[in-house]
Write a protein of this length. Structure first.
Length: 89
């Protein structure tokens, strides 16, 4: 999948190397986010760990989630918020 994405983004030099493709795509997205001023994580947006349970409850009420191929549990959603909080890129 990342090889196809990398090639579509113009990173032909990655060839069929998945690791190179992943690195090229993720670096390009991180660079674009910086150029656009998109914060690297939800901490920079003012989220606090004590809010994760309420955020998870609200996320699980969102009707768009019904079309997800995997219906996450509340602990899984809380973990996603934790990862998004700690993310550096």
């Amino acid at each position: 999948l990342f090889i196809d994405i990398a090639h579509a983004m113009g990173f032909i030099e990655v060839g069929q190397d998945s690791a190179k493709a992943v690195k090229a795509v993720l670096e390009a997205i991180a660079d674009l986010n910086k150029k656009l001023g998109i914060p690297p994580n939800i901490k920079a947006l003012g989220a606090k760990p004590e809010d994760f349970e309420i955020l998870a409850d609200n996320a699980m009420k969102d009707a768009c989630g019904l079309t997800n191929p995997h219906q996450p549990t509340r602990p899984e959603v809380i973990e996603l918020f934790r990862l998004a909080y700690e993310q550096n890129q």
